[in-house]
Ligand binder design. Sequence first.
Ligand code: ASP
Length: 378
Amino acid sequence: MMTITFLSSTIRKSLVQKLRTAVVASLAVGLVVGAPVYAQENPMNTSTQKAALPRVLLLATGGTIAGSADSRGSGAYNAGAIGAQQLISSVAGLGELASLSAEQVASIGSQDMTDDVWFKLAHRIQEAFDKHEADSVVITHGTDTMEETAYFLSLVLKTDKPVVLVGSMRPATALGADGPANIYQAVQVAVDRQSIGRGVLVVMNDQIDSARGVTKTHSTSVQTMQSPNLGSQGYVDLGHVRFLQPVQPSQLLTLPKAAPLPRVEIIYSHSNMDASQIEHAIADKAKGIILAGMGDGNTSKAALAALEKAASQGIVVVRSTRVSKGYVNRDVEVDDSKSGFVASMDLNPQKARVLTQLLIANGITDPVKVQEAFLNGH
Ligand code: ASP
């Protein structure tokens, strides 16, 4: 069954306004059970006001943020070794910001992220919001695939409540571990009422990024999560959360009944490229192929011919780019209209793959419709 919804900015703004009004009203009449109490309405949180603290559900999945090493200066560590509760206890002052509960969803390096874990996260978050168990969710996650998990959740969660992903580049036991400060800032953002209606966010190293925009840009630096095409949403320091961009309309697709998502392959383009990888993807019954093309989504004549063959067989073919910054536009050096291809616009190959998987799962495979989803989603 196909469901695709674009909330116009007007509808979204009015939803956000309604939520804000409800929050302010609940404060005016005292505490309403189950009503979210976000940070800016209650700047004087103290331990005697515990009941008024926003309820944050922390879902732990592993990653370096939960990593532990034998030596503090060592580069080697086990991702996901530290549990959810221990992570929370390691962050001084967190209890002043929020009333936290923690659940362990997985204990993996995010290079091992699976559709099953994505579905578990999506179901648990939706349930927690629908049953009014939490006002916001924070997910601790490895940075390797954080952008994909964030984007997947942003496409399937039906909520205006804040969901924030956070990770770290140094394990908890390392000198200068960045995890505790990142968790603190993630909770700061999650309980701030300005975060309502902004979809899924990523908070790391003082910066707030959108699920659609963010990507890992550095293999080791703590300043790794950036939004090269869309720019950051805002910044967070110990006292303040500042958004620089307005609330954007969001794109929603129906979460399929069960994992796995349809098979979509990413094919990386390079000089002297032949058609063999694409032929393999067709033979392996891929439902979609994402080209991590050169420059503006280009590839060799041989590869293009194989991609045309794939498109003619009903495989969704999306041209993205291996370049770290810039849009891939339609019909520039490649005739997308003639070949039945889709241009990925601002989405890098791994994000284009997530969107394509969900579109196919929602029964949207016509290249014109798929292109609309890539164009309209931000
Ligand atoms: N390999 C780790 C992961 O993604 C790296 C990190 O967390 O920064 O889980």
